[in-house]
Design a protein around this ligand. Structure first.
Ligand SMILES: Cc1cc2nc3c(=O)[nH]c(=O)nc-3n(C[C@H](O)[C@H](O)[C@H](O)COP(=O)(O)O)c2cc1C
Length: 180
């Protein structure tokens, strides 16, 4: 089985998460390819697909959204997982979980509903002060916001392992439960 991990990344953190997942899947299952969504014309050669995008302005990056709509008929025939990379863990602590959940729900709404997802996950990426206008940076910090590399590699590994466990056992292409 060959698994595709496809990603859209503006500043690199989503691409690094995708590469990390692909390396872990390779150890467990063998054949895996990790590519930018813009490099993929078809998913017909893959048994399963994992697609990730950085979140900008509450939406997937356009190349990732295009990948999903362009390839929806092919994606619908195989197991698909999706992940988003944003900045929920940069928010003041009381807002992190709820912010991530609301954003994840909103993002799922944008993806073609004819492609069933085996799982849909939101991770935090890298959020640096330069990504926020200077006057807001002070206010953001004062209210408990944080900047930095917020990636939780243990959470990435745990989700990747859920996927490999599902792929390791035989199942029909679109069956299975959604894993949050
Ligand atoms: C212009 C811009 C808009 C962003 N909008 C959002 C957003 O709406 N929601 C969110 O959670 N993160 C947002 N972020 C944070 C990015 O998703 C985060 O930095 C992520 O790690 C970027 O991934 P990348 O390094 O793969 O480009 C935004 C970042 C930038 C630069």
């Amino acid at each position: 089985m060959t698994v595709l991990v496809a990603y859209a990344s503006e500043l690199g953190s989503t691409g690094e998460i995708a590469q990390h997942m692909a390396s872990r899947i390779a150890v467990a299952l063998g054949a895996v390819e990790c590519r930018s969504v813009e490099e993929v014309d078809s998913v017909s050669g893959y048994e399963a697909v994992i697609v990730g995008s950085a979140i900008h302005n509450q939406a997937w990056l356009p190349p990732a959204a295009l990948f999903f709509t362009r390839l929806a008929p092919e994606l619908a025939k195989r197991p698909v997982w999706a992940f988003n990379v944003g900045m929920a863990d940069a928010l003041p602590k009381p807002f992190r979980k709820r912010g991530a959940a609301l954003q994840q729900k909103r993002l799922r709404g944008f993806l073609p509903q004819e492609v069933p997802l085996r799982g849909h996950k939101i991770f935090s990426g890298v959020y640096q002060p330069e990504q926020m206008p200077p006057p807001l940076q002070v206010l953001f910090r004062l209210t408990g916001g944080q900047f930095g590399d917020l990636r939780n590699w243990a959470a990435v590994d745990a989700w990747t392992d859920q996927i490999t466990a599902q792929l390791a056992k035989p199942a029909s292409p679109t069956s299975g439960n959604i894993t949050p």
